[in-house]
Every structure is written in structure tokens, then in C-alpha cells.
Ligand binder design. Structure first.
Ligand SMILES: Cc1ncc(COP(=O)(O)O)c(C=O)c1O
Length: 485
């Protein structure tokens, strides 16, 4: 293990060249000044650079190799978008600047909203939510306000068991009651089962499309009919829109509310804790309920509207993560409509190619053509006492990131694999070959897999303790708690 930067820090070293100012804190009455050392490491510039380069070289990241993490995937995102988002005219703005001073930024937000409406067949989008799950929560709030405005008390939300895990959580946070609906033997919603389950009390059917098995709901038109006949709404978790760009417009197939993950589909890496953006789109009859402020245009002049009679208010300060919106807009403009369709087509081709290869060695419970991802299973290796965790850990020894494991819950020993559109055939072949080698190792030398990973800086971690009792704060070297007084 590397020493932490706190352990490397030696008192008296410094990496900053800030001039000593002539400003005295005494001149400010009542100022709260620190009483003791802040407890930060003291380290020279060269050492600090070496420290972080060493850490980066140990870390696995998209610039190092493929990231086949189903659902929460990472694809290559053009670096030029980062440059654009970093331009002073965007990065140096303050949200409280007058509309007159920020016409370009407002135009970008307005244009991005319009582009998302066109891509998704929606009437309006709000860019305010800053994550996929945040978008889900906002969408559920829209649904709640909509029914309230109609004087209807609908309490339940039907969530298929193939939905993303954040869906039922968002339902609960908004005070609805989730009702799980079982998928049929093909991993899809059976309209008859839906018809039997839906009722006067149902507010929303919340589905992930394509679902977490990587499958598109073939009966979506009938499903929409059933939901609307019952007076309910359909929410689409559109985080998987990277499978549908230019192919399906959710508004055209009856979706009432949806969110997107800009930090997955449109030019910002997923993962790493943000920043993200989960815009929410709605059809005409729900547009009034979206969060404020909204950007409008009149006679070529853009302005922000802070009040709207039915708006649910704010779900985040100001306009969400503006820099992610800049990257998304740059990405959409660069791809154009043809390019966006090619993104999804390539994602689908890659996933189906890999599914066929991996399927030679692993069970595929739902073998039909998939969309952007598929779910394999390590169930067939249980006979050698090898589990999906062992497969995931062994992949690390081969220099690959593991897929999402044990999700979705409806597939035993699940390995959820999303190769994404940016990976080339050789990379997919390499992944498939490694999966084959691991399947052979499971049979011939299962102990090797139980021991894996053997080559990483740290071996198997106690993941439960790491999640349940994380130590996030370094106890200061000087005996303080590291936070100063
Ligand atoms: C289908 C789906 N829904 C929701 C989410 C949640 O998004 P976030 O992690 O931004 O909250 C994800 C994550 O990628 C997802 O894949």
C-alpha cells in the first residue's frame, strides 16, 4: 500500500508560492480565526505530483481499459468537451449574474432543453436534477403534484422487478408506495399481469427502458394504453437512453415523464461520484409542474422565469450542474442526428456480439437479442464452488474492470455487462477470451479463483465493513482531528 499524503507530509515543506499579503485579520471585527494548525500535510510540489501520479497509475479508469460495468457504465467521452466546459465564458459565470450578461449560457440551456425534447419526443425538460436518481425523485414529485392538482389521491407506483434499484427508492422518498410487478419468462412486462395489478389507486407505472436485463419492452404500446386507461402516468427511467438515440422517441410511445443521465449517454463519464445531471422531461400536460427557474426566449432574448403557478419549486440550487449541460450540448452538436443514432446502433451491436461470445461459457437466462447491455450468469460455475464474486475478482488479475455483479436480482449469480459503443472489436474479443479463460480455470483450478485477485495493490477487501464503517477522516498528524479549530 502507498503511504497516504498525510504520512508523506513533513512539516516545513510547501508547494505554494502565495505572496504574503498586507491584509490583517485583526481589521475585521469578530472574525473567527483558526486557533491552531489546520492539520494539512506539508509537502513539496514535486512530491505531491508524484504522489497523485502514483495513485492514478494504480487506479483503474476508462483511459486505461474497458469498463464493462452494466447500467452504471463508463464510455470514452471526448476530451474536447471538457475543454469547452472549461472555457472562461462558461466556467467563470456566477448564477446570480443578470440575464443580460449571460445570454450565451441561457441560450445553451434553452438549446439543450430543445435538443433533448426533440431526441425524446417530450414537450419540456428541466436541467435542474443533478443525478439519475435525483431526476427520478423530481419526476415522481411532478406526478404527485399533477394528481394533487386534479384532486386525486393515488398512492401506489408499480415498479417491474426488472427496474433499476433506484426506482423503488425514489418512489418511497416521494411518499408513494411501490408495488413490485414480476417480469414474465422473457424478462418483460406481461400486459395481462399489468392489467390485473393496475387500479384506481395507481399513480404511475415506473419502468426502466430498456430494462436492467438490456431488453426493450415489446408490448410498450399496449402497456401505455393500459396505464392511460387507468388514469395513471408512465414514468420511464431513461438512463439507458444510450440504447435508443434516434431509434425510439419515448414521448411517441406514450411515456409521460422521463429522466436522462447526461453523465452516461451524453458526454460526461459516469461514476466517481459526480458531477452528474439527470434532466427530467415531460409531455405537454405536465410541463407546468417542472422545477423553476426555467429559461424562456422572446424576440431572441433569453431570460429566466422564477415563478410558475404549478411548479414544484427548486430541487437544486440554480440550474443544476451547468458544466455537465455544456458537455452534453457539445456532444449532441458534434454527433448530430446521424451520429447519435450511430451511438446507439453501435452500443447494441457491441452488446449482442459480446453476448454471443460470453454465452459460450456462461448462462444467459434471457438469450434474445439485447439492446445496449446483457446479463450473463455465473450459475453454471457453482458446480466447481466458484461464484460470481470470484469471477469478478479474477478479471482484475487480467487487467480488466469487473462488470456489475449480483444485479439485477432476478438473475442468479448475475454478471451485468455493458460494452458500450466506443469499444472496438479487439477489445471485446479480449474481454471474451479472458472470460473463457476464467471459466476454464474455474473447472481446473477453482482455488486460484478463490484467491483472486493476486496481482492488485490490495487483495480482497472486506467490502461490507468498508461500506458500513468507512473511515473518511484522517486523524491529524499533530494529534488534532485534522479539521483545525
Ligand atoms: C437505469 C438506471 N437508472 C438510474 C440510475 C441512477 O443514476 P445515478 O447514479 O446518476 O443516480 C442508473 C445509473 O446509472 C441507471 O443505470
Amino acid at each position: 500500500m502507498s503511504r497516504t499524503i498525510f504520512e508523506k507530509g513533513i512539516g516545513g515543506k510547501s508547494g505554494d508560492y502565495l505572496p504574503t499579503g498586507d491584509f490583517s485579520l485583526d481589521t475585521i471585527e469578530g472574525i473567527r480565526t483558526r486557533k491552531g494548525p489546520v492539520g494539512l500535510p506539508e509537502i513539496g510540489e514535486q512530491d505531491i505530483i508524484r504522489h497523485y501520479v502514483e495513485l492514478a497509475s494504480k487506479n483503474y479508469h476508462i483511459d486505461k481499459g474497458m469498463y464493462p460495468l452494466g447500467s452504471c457504465t463508463m464510455k470514452y467521452n471526448p476530451v474536447v468537451n471538457e475543454e469547452i466546459a472549461g472555457l472562461g465564458g462558461f466556467a467563470g459565470l456566477h448564477p446570480e449574474q443578470d440575464d443580460d450578461d449571460v445570454q450565451g449560457a441561457l441560450e445553451l440551456m434553452y438549446s439543450l432543453e430543445s435538443a433533448l425534447c426533440e431526441i425524446c419526443g417530450m414537450s419540456a425538460f428541466s436541467l435542474q436534477p443533478v443525478a439519475g436518481a435525483h431526476g427520478e425523485m423530481t419526476g415522481m414529485m411532478v406526478a404527485k403534484d399533477y394528481f394533487r392538482s386534479r384532486g386525486e389521491e393515488r398512492k401506489t407506483v408499480i415498479v417491474p422487478d426488472s427496474a433499476h434499484g433506484t426506482n423503488p427508492a425514489s418512489v418511497v422518498i416521494c411518499g408513494f408506495e411501490p408495488k413490485t410487478m414480476a417480469s414474465d419468462e422473457h424478462g418483460l412486462i406481461d400486459p395481462e399481469v399489468l392489467a390485473a395489478q393496475i387500479g384506481d389507486d395507481t399513480a404511475v407505472l415506473m419502468l426502466t427502458l430498456p430494462n436492467t436485463l438490456g431488453l426493450f419492452e415489446k408490448e410498450i404500446a399496449r402497456i401505455a394504453e393500459i396505464v392511460h386507461e387507468a388514469g395513471a402516468l408512465i414514468y420511464m427511467d431513461g438512463a439507458n437512453m444510450n440504447a435508443l438515440l434516434g431509434i425510439v422517441r419515448p414521448g411517441a410511445i406514450g411515456i409521460d415523464i422521463m429522466h436522462l443521465n447526461l453523465h452516461k449517454t451524453f458526454g460526461t463519464p459516469h461514476g466517481g461520484g459526480g458531477p452528474g445531471s439527470g434532466p427530467v422531461g415531460v409531455r405537454e400536460h405536465l410541463a407546468d409542474f417542472l422545477p423553476v427557474p426555467r429559461v424562456v426566449v422572446e424576440d431572441g432574448k433569453y431570460s429566466r422565469v422564477y415563478e410558475s403557478k404549478n411548479s414544484l419549486g427548486r430541487v437544486h440550487p440554480w440550474h443544476g450542474n451547468f458544466n455537465v449541460c455544456v458537455k452534453a450540448y457539445a456532444y449532441i452538436c458534434a454527433c448530430g442526428s446521424e451520429g447519435l443514432r450511430a451511438v446507439s446502433e453501435n452500443a447494441i451491436v457491441n452488446a449482442n456480439y459480446l453476448m454471443k461470445k460470453v454465452g459460450q461459457w456462461y448462462d444467459i437466462k434471457y438469450p434474445g437479442p439485447c439492446m445496449h447491455e446483457f446479463v450473463a450468469s455465473g450459475r453454471n460455475l457453482k458446480q466447481y464452488d466458484v461464484r460470481t464474486t470470484d469471477i469478478a475478482k479474477r478479471l482484475l488479475d487480467y487487467g480488466l474492470h469487473a462488470p456489475t455483479v449480483y444485479f439485477p436480482l432476478i438473475v442468479e449469480e448475475a454478471l451485468m455487462i455493458e460494452p458500450v459503443e466506443t469499444e472496438k472489436k479487439e477489445t471485446l474479443d479480449n474481454f471474451a477470451n479472458v472470460m473463457e479463460k476464467i471459466a476454464i480455470e474455474a473447472k481446473e483450478d477453482p482455488e486460484l479463483l478463490h484467491e483472486a485477485p493476486l496481482t492488485t495493490p490490495v487483495r480482497r477487501l472486506d467490502e461490507a465493513s468498508a461500506a458500513r464503517s468507512p473511515e473518511l477522516c484522517w486523524p491529524g498528524l499533530d494529534g488534532s482531528d485534522g479539521e483545525g479549530d
